[in-house]
Design a protein around this ligand. Structure first.
Ligand SMILES: [Zn+2]
Length: 242
């Protein structure tokens, strides 16, 4: 799905058993500065991701950069395999990089999450670490799609980042926000390590002038994106005061 000139959202089914549940990767086609994939699905999804790229006329070996919004296994999953096939450079925030490159064990799934969803254990066993070539911080500006800002949005994980594409006013929110059928929601409390920090991060995102939000879980939000961001903040503060 094309969301702007050279920006595509690639919905990849979580698994054949969950064909109605998608992970929404973003592809930025930029021949000058390097075609870029934001997040890389679960382990063993290289083929599905390659299939998604075809719609944009891109092959895995055309990828020059992979940006991880954060360390979770459904974002890093096929990263190592994609890097082997493409030689792409990898970029992530310094606070999540050690969990991505294998220096530290990923913070999730937590023991409680594993108890609730034991099937995740198998997926976790298949997770390969990925070397991070470049660590970014809040405000890092990438020469990509006419200028892309890294926004530090911790909470879901300590090193979660979102990306703001200045020219198209697209916000790639990773898991800082979720959506359902175009309706924006705050981060998923069941999967978010620090909800307070995560809501502070949503406030930071609401300072941007946004036309389109891409949520990894839930896909594209294009109707009144700024207004929906403000609503999410309002609802969260109302819930806190109740
Ligand atoms: Zn996540």
């Amino acid at each position: 799905m094309k969301v702007a000139n050279s920006v595509y959202v690639l919905p990849i089914p979580r698994s054949p058993q969950e064909a109605d549940s998608y992970l929404n990767l973003t592809l930025i086609v930029d021949e000058e500065n390097g075609t870029t994939l934001v997040d890389a699905g679960l382990p063993d999804q290289t083929e599905a991701i390659g299939g998604g790229l075809v719609g944009a006329g891109i092959r895995v070996r055309d990828l020059r950069l992979i940006i991880f919004t954060h360390q979770d296994l459904d974002h890093v999953g096929s990263g190592a395999a994609l890097v082997r096939q493409s030689g792409a450079r990898v970029l992530a925030h310094s606070a999540d990089a050690p969990y991505i490159d294998g220096s530290l064990r990923p913070l999730k799934p937590s023991p409680e999450m594993l108890k609730q969803r034991p099937q995740m254990r198998k997926i976790l066993e298949r997770l390969e670490p990925v070397a991070v070539d470049e660590q970014v911080e809040n405000g890092t500006r990438l020469d990509l799609a006419g200028g892309t800002q890294v926004i530090f949005t911790p909470g879901h994980t300590p090193g979660h980042i979102s990306l703001y594409l200045e020219a198209s006013k697209i916000l790639i929110a990773g898991d800082a926000l979720i959506a359902e059928g175009g309706y924006l929601n705050g981060p998923n409390p069941l999967a978010t390590l620090d909800m307070r920090a995560a809501m502070q991060s949503v406030k930071r995102l609401a300072d941007l002038d946004v036309d389109t939000i891409v949520c990894y879980h839930g896909g594209v939000v294009s109707e009144d994106a700024n207004g929906q961001l403000r609503r999410v903040i309002k609802e969260a503060s109302r819930n806190r005061n109740e």
